[in-house]
Design a protein around this ligand. Structure first.
Ligand code: ADE
Length: 246
């Protein structure tokens, strides 16, 4: 899969894209990330990429010409490449959106800065606007990295264990169960007995109950949409009953 990232700050991407899982996925040729500096496409000796907003008000707005020039030059006549603007006005990034993006051969990510980008970019160039949460970042760069990371994890061959993404929090609409490793006792805190019992069926059941309990406690909104079995519902009903009694 190929990502083309359009940004005024390409050096921001260096370390996160080199380390660990992303770094290995690039080395293995699973994902290719091309960084394009929008400033290189700005005309004039000063390569100006922003200007004051029409109508007044504070802040600066990213000019349309360098952005159109950069994206059109790089994408050429390629069709069916989503051109995604990272902005707090976009639709919310979720696991489902990541799965959908992972199906594409190529994706373009456009990082906004300053007060925003000229609206003509949103209306006539980008095909999608994505936000990574209800807060405002200084620019779209960190959001683009979040998207690249979350999508790359889903590509076949990126993770050693293909089951890992399936077990991840959110992959099945619920939070993940807790993990433990050696030592069995740390500062007097035990690893739950069931995990050391060697009883696989008991471990599976314990993990499922933890998944349900955590989601119920921390993200009850997810439960409403999650695929649940009759047994899951029974367990959740029990939790409700216990909490009502206490
Ligand atoms: N740029 C600024 N804030 C953002 C956000 N929350 N998501 C995506 N891009 C952004």
């Amino acid at each position: 899969m190929r990502f083309d990232v359009f940004t005024l700050f390409p050096t921001m991407f260096a370390s996160p894209l080199e380390e660990s899982i992303l770094g290995r996925a690039r080395e293995r040729g699973i994902v290719f990330i091309y960084l394009h500096n929008i400033r290189d496409y700005a005309a004039g000796r000063h390569h100006i990429t922003d200007d004051a907003p029409y109508g007044g008000g504070g802040g600066m707005v990213m000019k349309p010409e360098p952005i159109f020039a950069a994206v059109e030059t790089v994408l050429g006549n390629e069709e069916d490449v989503p051109i995604i603007l990272l902005s707090p006005q976009g639709r919310l990034f979720t696991h489902e959106v990541a799965v959908d993006l992972a199906r594409h051969r190529r994706v373009a990510l456009l990082c906004g800065r300053y007060e925003g980008v000229d609206e003509r970019v949103c209306q006539h160039l980008v095909t999608d606007e994505i936000s990574i949460g209800d807060y405002v970042l200084s620019g779209g760069e960190l959001a683009a990295m979040v998207i690249i990371d979350a999508v790359t994890r889903l590509l076949p061959g990126t993770l050693g264990d293909p089951a890992a993404t399936f077990e991840d929090s959110h992959a099945r609409g619920l939070l993940e169960y807790p993990h433990y490793t050696r030592p069995p006792v740390f500062r007097g805190w035990d690893v739950p007995e069931v995990l050391r019992s060697g009883d696989h069926a008991a471990v599976t059941q314990w993990r499922r109950e933890q998944v349900l309990r955590r989601t119920w406690e921390r993200r009850p909104d997810l439960l409403a949409r999650a695929p649940l079995t009759a047994q899951d519902r029974e367990f959740l009903a029990q939790l409700e009953k216990c909490s009502a009694e206490h």
